[in-house]
Design a protein around this ligand. Structure first.
Ligand SMILES: [Zn+2]
Length: 322
């Protein structure tokens, strides 16, 4: 593909791998066909009546796991009924080749769970290998959708109760005839690069030794590139020029999309925001390579492989090796 513009030929290079990096990190594997555009008003009831329908059960923001020889977060209707699930609050996630997939909240007391049943929060799920990456991705979809449902029970315009439609992919206010659709909040997460160094910061709540990429919400009216530059400057005092997209990651805390990018740093003096970070430094490629391999002499570490921060950091380190 070549685009002719102003007597120059700009070539669009598809020089990234396929599947892209985002398909290989946590929560990035799309296995469910949502088909929210083609649903009818009885799609949810039809799916629930299907004997092959499987349910992801949520106790608050945690997902129920049956942790036996083949751990799973999916339950057929019979097994789900033992956990006080609120079927009237069920949402239809979609379907895969095995049948419909739904998510349902439960009022079951977490303290009353006995093995092999337990719960995982989304962070534990991200870093666990108990269930497959594909299943974890569907759980993330479910967690985000159920949270949005919970937070939109009333109309923001007139204050009346809203009702869930098309299996939970829309909420409707009959009083003022408005609809709300599931939201996704964009967050930029970026690795600033300056020659042979990259910029990493440390939040107070990180595990000991952890350093990671900077990140922050995209603000209304902002491009992704502007958000990358603004957030980096606000958090570290470092100015960026060019910005390049890397990949993205669904981030169910509660319903964000992490947009990963590289930024070209054009300043070096760090003045970090002490409200956001407790440390922020330039790290050399050699340092970062050791951090990835978890053998840095100072005990510094990077986030683990399933985090988009890791993908950004690894991509930069590997690029230097080419
Ligand atoms: Zn209304």
């Amino acid at each position: 593909l070549a685009i002719c513009w102003d007597k120059k030929t700009l070539t669009i290079k598809f020089d990234e791998s396929f599947p892209e990096a985002g398909a290989l990190i946590g929560f990035g594997q799309r296995a469910i066909r949502t088909e929210s555009e083609s649903r009818t008003e009885d799609s949810l009831q039809t799916a629930m009546a299907n004997e092959q329908a499987r349910f992801h059960i949520f106790l608050g923001s945690k997902v129920l796991v049956r942790k036996d020889d083949a751990p799973t977060t999916t339950f057929l209707c019979n097994e789900a009924q033992a956990f006080d699930v609120q079927f009237e609050e069920a949402v239809l996630l979609g379907a895969d080749d095995t049948g419909p997939r739904l998510a349902v909240p439960s009022s079951f007391d977490v303290e009353s769970l006995v093995p092999p049943y337990t719960t995982y929060d989304m962070r534990a799920l991200l870093y666990s290998s108990a269930i497959s990456d594909i299943e974890a991705s569907t759980v993330a979809q479910a967690a985000s959708l159920l949270h949005w449902q919970r937070m939109n029970r009333y109309c923001g315009l007139c204050g009346q109760k809203t009702t869930s439609r098309i299996g939970g992919y829309r909420r409707e206010c009959k009083n003022c005839n408005t609809s709300q659709f599931p939201r996704t909040d964009p967050v930029v997460i970026m690795l600033a690069i300056r020659g042979d160094y990259c910029l990493l910061g440390r939040s107070a709540h990180f595990p000991p030794g952890w350093f990671s990429t900077l990140a922050g919400f995209v603000e209304p009216g902002e491009t992704i590139e502007a958000a990358v530059r603004r957030e980096t400057y606000e958090e570290s005092g470092i100015e960026l020029r060019r910005v390049r997209y890397h990949t993205s990651q669904p981030w169910p805390f509660p319903h964000s999309l992490m947009i990963g990018a590289f930024g070209e740093a054009i300043s070096e003096e760090i003045r970090f925001d002490a409200n956001e970070l407790e440390d922020c430094r330039w790290f050399s490629r050699d340092d970062v390579r050791k951090m990835i391999d978890d053998n840095h002499e100072a005990g510094f570490k990077c986030p683990p492989t399933k985090a988009i921060a890791h993908s950004l950091i690894r991509k930069w380190v590997q690029a230097s090796d080419d």
